[in-house]
Design a protein around this ligand. Structure first.
Ligand code: NAD
Length: 426
């Protein structure tokens, strides 16, 4: 087999929310990087020096990499070009089929594109979130089709991305970097690459790295399902969920229940399925998912219980992103909420200051609204002036639905006039 002649240090395949900040961070640490993506619009945006999505500090980082005279980042639409670098990091999307099974089509397609160009000395690193056993599958696939001795001449590892959106640049240097290498030397070779960052490196087996990543997300998804279920129970018993949560947590050493909200997003909504696909206790995590998925319907029914039919009534939905202060709408429950409201024949107006989808202005959305739903807890919304604007511009009997407790009023359903009387308004 011809030996590896690399002209770059690392390639990153998939310049999405994980891959692009990672590629820029490697380039910023002095590595020669090849960035690969099959979306030509995305590549043009990066080439032109414009971040295609929001990530705190990433535009400044892109500016710095762009102006570096050594041109540390080159871009390509061809996966095979990734083989110009010694290390190849895969940051492609890994959705879940509705069959409760990982959808690995992008990873399989990248592997097939790489098969013919891999050479001894290459390392292939799965940074995407994957179902347990996927890293061993990738190693087996390369061994089967190219006869490589994995861990001796070609290296394969899982190094899961554990960073939260919006915190990439801070956490890349602080969160322990888990590396699960296949065979004798993969872990040590891949650790050389991630040594570019200051974060501690923790070596483990591939399957333990996979389980640690998905179970961290399962823990979060479940943690949020509990207060969401409690919120629904409280409505049934005419209790106040925020009071009950305070009673649970206040000065109680074994408390710690989280706050309710619209729990979703591209990772939490699908990563549990990577455990569920082979679970010996099938159903538990599906129930967790069902709780979180039913929050939009719970909110719509709560509005109807108070206002009656929504047909022809104006409902403002504030927030399309799945979490505060991000422009990421993928798998946000706000979209489901809007669809459910529309099925009740409500006139829905939407405002979100962050997302790329065009939305109405805050004033247009809330003017004469019969109900306003806080679907995200963006900083702008938490500003008491937003509540003041609702009290001033919406219908005098406007119902405000705030599972996030944006203004500390501690009411999931309350009339704007009540909130004003509670002194929550500016
Ligand atoms: N977004 C997060 O906050 C986050 C956090 C931790 C882990 N993850 C995991 O990281 C992985 C990537 O997530 P993401 O949010 O960055 O996804 P993304 O959809 O933002 O990025 C994927 C990128 O790959 C490109 N792409 C798709 N198919 C391709 C192909 N065949 N060849 C080349 N490019 C291709 C797309 O154009 C896109 O730019 C997923 O497994 C996800 O679960 C995401």
């Amino acid at each position: 087999m011809p030996a590896l002649e690399s002209t770059a240090d690392v390639s990153v395949i998939g310049l999405g929310r994980v891959g692009l900040p990672l590629a820029l961070s490697f380039a910023d640490r002095g590595l020669q990087v090849v960035g690969v993506d099959n979306d030509s619009t995305r590549l043009s945006s990066v080439r032109d020096g414009t971040m295609p999505f929001q990530e705190a500090g990433a535009q400044e980082l892109l500016d710095r990499v762009h102006s570096d005279p050594t041109h540390p980042l080159s871009l390509s639409e061809r996966v095979a070009d990734a083989a110009r670098a010694r290390h190849i990091v895969i940051t492609l999307g890994t959705p879940s089929f509705s069959h409760i099974e990982i959808d690995m089509r992008d990873i399989r397609s990248a592997l097939d594109d790489l098969l013919g160009v891999l050479a001894p000395g290459h390392s292939l690193i799965l940074r995407s979130t994957v179902a347990p056993g996927t890293t061993d599958f990738v190693a087996g696939y390369l061994a089967k089709h190219r006869d490589f001795d994995i861990g001796e001449d070609v290296f394969v590892a899982h190094a899961p991305e554990r960073i939260a959106a919006g915190r990439f640049l801070e956490e890349i240097d602080t969160l322990p970097c888990i590396i699960g290498g296949v065979g004798a030397r993969s872990g040590e070779v891949v650790a050389e690459l991630f040594g570019a960052f200051r974060a501690p490196i923790v070596q483990t087996t591939p399957v333990q790295a996979e389980l640690a990543k998905i179970w961290a997300n399962i823990l979060r998804y479940t943690n949020f399902a509990l207060p969401n279920l409690l919120m629904m129970d409280c409505e049934r018993f005419s209790a106040n969920v925020f009071d009950v949560i305070d009673l649970i947590n206040r000065d109680y050493p074994r408390g710690g229940i989280a706050q309710p909200g619209l729990t979703a997003g591209t990772c939490l909504r699908k990563d549990f399925a990577f455990s569920e696909e082979r679970s010996h206790a099938p159903g538990m995590l599906l129930a967790v998912s069902r709780v979180n998925e039913s929050v939009p319907l719970f909110l719509v029914e709560g509005i109807e219980r108070r206002l009656g039919s929504l047909s022809g009534r104006k409902v403002a939905v504030l927030g399309l992103a799945f979490k505060a202060d991000t422009d990421d709408e993928r798998d946000s429950l706000a979209h489901k909420l809007i669809r459910l409201l529309e099925r009740e024949l409500a006139d829905v107006a939407v405002h979100d200051p962050h997302v790329p989808t065009p939305t109405a202005s805050l004033e247009q959305a809330i003017d004469s609204a019969d109900a306003v739903v806080m679907a995200a807890d963006h900083s702008e919304f938490r500003d008491p002036r937003t509540l003041a604007a609702i009290a001033e511009r919406a219908h005098p009997d406007c119902l405000v639905v705030d599972p996030w407790n944006c203004w500390g009023a501690a009411q999931v359903f309350a009339y704007a006039s009540e909130l004003a009387a509670l002194g929550a308004v500016g």
